[in-house]
Design a protein around this ligand. Structure first.
Ligand SMILES: NC(=O)c1ccc[n+]([C@@H]2O[C@H](COP(=O)([O-])OP(=O)(O)OC[C@H]3O[C@@H](n4cnc5c(N)ncnc54)[C@H](OP(=O)(O)O)[C@@H]3O)[C@@H](O)[C@H]2O)c1
Length: 330
């Protein structure tokens, strides 16, 4: 079977290669064998290839934080999934044609989910959901502010916030995105910049912003901190600049603004397997109702991994880059 291997950490399109490796064995007791139908290239995967992600396994390493697959065979004692089922994998190393994992590592999802959307279900949608539920006790009518609002996470934040009666103030890098974000349900949109505080106050008519979500870091974090109300929360969950978040002392010390970090794994870890299944079932319903289609810029074959990685690192992309390791999917 084919699998992506990194022989070194470095520039992703230079260090990732599509290798021919031995086929996987038949599943043993409690194991599930599935073929990978699609995986996205997320910013964290790019960091992983660089060797700058929190996980830096010994080489050769295989990236891939998420995927969707179809079960091929199950081992003795497996009862939660059966051959033919569509599954997402809670384990990593998914940039391959097949995966062999434990029964509890996979979550069965509806066979009616579009494959492309299912491939992007595991990480970004629950990140948006749990940041809106676990950090601040938000009430209908409250404002939530976020940067990278046109990202996959950002779009889910807009949609899920709307469903809860929350209002979103969305910060992006170009005005041409405003119409699209408004049509998703964004209540207000702004372009990031030095005047963000004044523009944000005007956009929400002076209403308090109790939560701001930051995936840019550096000075962008400081700009969000200036927009939130006293004792509000700025949540740092990513760094598209590669910088650490900057928090102004005045916000921290005088106004009691808190900087909190979010990592999906930490927040899922406090939930039972049944609660985790419930989280994914809730998010799958949004997709099944057709309320959100995370945009896809292009789908590549596994042999085209270098091109796919190059494309995934381009700014102003029209959506996610997906890879279909076993050929085109319906
Ligand atoms: N902590 C967690 O558990 C967790 C989970 C999921 C995701 N994340 C993080 O969430 C963020 C978004 O992920 P995603 O998969 O949703 O992203 P995505 O769909 O790939 O979109 C990337 C976004 O980043 C913006 N961007 C790129 N470079 C930038 C820069 N230098 N300054 C400002 N904005 C920049 C892009 O804006 P343009 O369109 O203008 O290029 C786009 O909005 C990432 O940082 C990711 O690591 C964290």
């Amino acid at each position: 079977m084919k699998k992506i291997l990194l022989d070194a950490y470095g520039i992703p399109e230079q260090v990732a290669r599509c290798a021919e490796v031995a086929d996987l064995p038949a599943p043993g007791p409690g194991q599930v064998l599935f073929e990978v139908l699609a995986f996205p290239i997320n910013p964290a995967d790019v960091w992983f290839c660089h060797g700058h992600y929190r996980l830096r396994p010994p080489l050769p390493a295989t990236p891939g934080a998420e995927c969707v697959g179809r079960v091929v065979a199950v081992g003795e004692g497996v009862s939660r999934v059966a051959p033919g089922d569509l599954v997402i994998n809670l384990q990593r190393e998914n940039w391959a044609q097949q995966r062999l994992v434990g029964e509890n590592d996979v979550v069965r999802i509806s066979p009616d989910l579009p494959i492309a959307q299912a491939a992007m279900l595991r990480i970004n949608p629950p990140t948006a959901l749990l940041m809106l539920s676990d950090l601040v006790d938000l009430q209908p009518g409250d404002w939530v502010m976020q940067n990278v609002a046109n990202s996959a996470v950002g779009r889910w934040v807009i949609k899920l916030a709307k469903a809860r009666g929350l209002r979103t103030l969305n910060v992006v890098r170009r005005e041409s995105l405003f119409d699209e974000l408004h049509s998703l349900g964004a209540d207000a949109c702004l372009v990031d910049g030095p005047e963000l505080q004044q523009a944000a106050a005007a956009a929400v008519s002076g209403a308090p912003i109790r939560l701001a979500l930051d995936a840019v870091a550096g000075q962008a974090t400081a700009r969000l901190a200036e927009c939130v109300v006293d004792n509000g929360v700025v949540c740092s969950y990513g760094s598209m600049t590669g910088e650490d978040p900057v928090m102004p002392r005045a916000a921290l010390i005088y106004r009691g603004v808190r900087l909190e970090g979010f990592m999906l794994g930490r927040f899922l870890a406090s939930r039972t397997p049944a609660q985790i299944e419930q989280v994914y079932a809730q998010l799958a319903q949004v997709l099944l109702r057709g309320e959100l289609q995370a945009p896809v810029a292009q789908v590549y074959s596994i042999e085209q991994i270098a091109d796919a990685l190059r494309h995934a690192q381009q700014g102003e992309r029209g959506g996610k880059i997906l890879v279909a390791p076993n050929g085109p999917f319906a």
